[in-house]
Design a protein around this ligand. Structure first.
Ligand SMILES: NC(=O)c1ccc[n+]([C@@H]2O[C@H](COP(=O)([O-])OP(=O)(O)OC[C@H]3O[C@@H](n4cnc5c(N)ncnc54)[C@H](OP(=O)(O)O)[C@@H]3O)[C@@H](O)[C@H]2O)c1
Length: 253
């Protein structure tokens, strides 16, 4: 199926974690011919293309748009690339109680974080082979329900569950899927998230550097790990969420 064009596909490449992944791929994977970078803000993608040495192919698209996804499917059929990395970073969250947030924004979180991520994963999989890697941005919010961030946390539980199951299903193919589960990361994510509510102070105190989160996620993925959890605090949260009743933990999150 695939020809010699070796590529990575990164969604959410116009800012934050996705953009850091592109910078890291550029530094670490000199064997890539192209990185296809996806987001709605094309000018950001073009600026990134000027910054890195690897050839970037900016694909301006809303990943929830049927037409745009169709164009990507067509591009894949035309070029038949060998996709070495699919990195799904596009996503957003809105803080606030379910009854207080507009319905459309909450449904949109499900569309971007779950539906589009699934659609792109299924679309790209046929172009992947042994040693290819899928990196899915989940979140530590996947570890337990989060009142006040309910739909977002639920979408990330979906991503974690889907990714781990897919990783298991692909175990005899040499393709590995890694769900990345950081706590708060210092990106533009909170510009949007905090338009409707504030994050607790303790989350601001454990805010991680995106470059460090991405570096760990990349090497965990190369090592074939099914999950990447950055930092001691989030590792502890992961364990506690398995041990303690969630109703009790709701008092602290
Ligand atoms: N920052 C955190 O604290 C944190 C923690 C855990 C997990 N995460 C997850 O990590 C991922 C990346 O977040 P980030 O922190 O890097 O946030 P960010 O800086 O706000 O980046 C989000 C990216 O998603 C893209 N995007 C959003 N909606 C899109 C759509 N409909 N179509 C195409 N692209 C879309 C944005 O591009 P355009 O606006 O240009 O389209 C942007 O590139 C998200 O899935 C987020 O849930 C973040």
């Amino acid at each position: 199926m695939a020809n010699n064009l070796k590529i990575a596909i990164v969604t959410g490449a116009s800012s934050g974690i996705g953009r850091e992944f592109v910078r890291l791929l550029d530094k670490e994977l000199i064997s890539l011919d192209e990185i296809w970078v996806i987001a709605r803000r094309e000018e950001r993608l073009k600026a990134l293309a000027k910054e890195v040495g690897t050839k970037l192919v900016p694909i301006e698209m809303d990943i929830t748009s049927k037409e745009a996804v169709g164009v990507l499917a067509y591009l894949l059929k035309e070029k038949k690339p060998a996709v070495k990395f699919l990195i799904n970073c596009a996503g957003f969250g809105k803080i606030g109680r379910v009854t207080a947030l507009p319905v459309e924004g909450q449904l949109s979180m499900v569309k971007v974080n779950c539906l589009a991520l699934t659609e792109l994963t299924l679309m790209v999989l046929p172009y992947m082979a042994k040693k290819s890697r899928i990196i899915q941005m989940a979140s530590a919010a996947a570890f337990l329900p989060q009142p006040g961030f309910a739909v977002y946390a639920a979408t990330k539980s979906y991503v974690l569950s889907f990714s781990r199951a897919l990783n298991n299903e692909l175990s005899n193919t040499g393709i590995r899927v890694t769900a990345v589960c950081p706590g708060p990361v210092n990106t533009e994510f909170f510009d949007l998230a905090e338009q409707t509510g504030s994050i607790p102070v303790y989350k601001k105190l454990v805010m991680a550097d995106p470059e460090k989160v991405v570096r760990k996620a990349f090497y965990d993925s190369v090592a074939g790990k099914s999950m990447s959890v950055y930092g001691g605090t989030m590792k502890a949260l992961h364990v506690l969420a398995k041990l303690l009743p969630h109703e009790f933990m709701f008092n602290f999150i």
